[in-house]
Design a protein around this ligand. Structure first.
Ligand SMILES: [Zn+2]
Length: 216
């Protein structure tokens, strides 16, 4: 996966908030455009995507149109999760804290999609660990859980104005979905393409010596 480069003030290239493509940006201040002769606000700027040609508007170094940030969601997430995820993208530039809380809600709903109860994320993660959840995915889940929770209940961690932290949570959520939903789905599809005789032989092998797979 190509890493997502968030829109950043005066950066030469980033993932466009309109078309999501990584593209060079053409920067202008609005004074260059149509505020000639007025005491124009130098804090208002425009970046134009060289891929789709759509303009984004910036005020005081912050993107204010289109209201979008964060990489696009993994399409294998449930529609309900994608809705919350996109809401987090719409607000993240103004409220990294609000976005972090919404992404924690996404994790809670993801637990349900993965067959857990979805009532207590902490218990659900523990249950997944018992079922063999890889440690890096457990850590990714806990990062979104803890940061999102601190965003709601001010604790030791304050991400009020911390956009980079909020943006990294989007990436973590996508990595979790990739590892827990998309990758198993792709492997299952490929496995189903093996000749039936081979699949039966593999099933027989696994039945005979369930512990032999580690020995190869
Ligand atoms: Zn674009």
């Amino acid at each position: 996966m190509i890493p997502y480069v968030p829109p950043e003030y005066k950066r030469e290239g980033f993932n466009c908030p309109h078309c999501n493509a990584f593209a060079d940006q053409h920067w202008r201040t609005l004074r260059d455009d149509y505020l000639v002769g007025r005491a124009a606000d130098p804090y208002v700027a425009k970046s134009v995507c060289k891929h789709c040609g759509q303009p984004s508007y910036w005020f005081d170094g912050r993107l204010f149109h289109p209201p979008s940030g964060g990489p696009p969601p993994n399409p294998d997430l449930s529609p309900e999760i994608i809705e919350d995820y996109n809401e987090a993208r719409r607000i993240v530039n103004d409220s990294p804290r609000g976005a972090a809380a919404l992404l924690r809600l996404c994790i809670q709903k993801l637990m349900v999609q993965l067959g857990e109860k979805g009532e207590n994320i902490n218990h659900d993660i523990a249950s997944l660990v018992e079922k063999g959840l890889p440690v890096e995915i457990q850590q990714a889940l806990d990062i979104v859980r803890v940061i999102g929770n601190n965003a709601v209940h001010p604790g030791e961690l304050d991400i009020k104005d911390d956009l980079p932290t909020a943006l990294s949570l989007f990436e973590l959520l996508n990595q979790i979905a990739e590892s827990m939903i998309s990758q198993p789905k792709r492997i299952k599809e490929l496995y189903a393409q093996l000749p039936e005789s081979q699949r039966k032989a593999i099933e027989e092998r696994n039945k005979k010596s369930p512990t032999s797979s580690a020995a190869g």
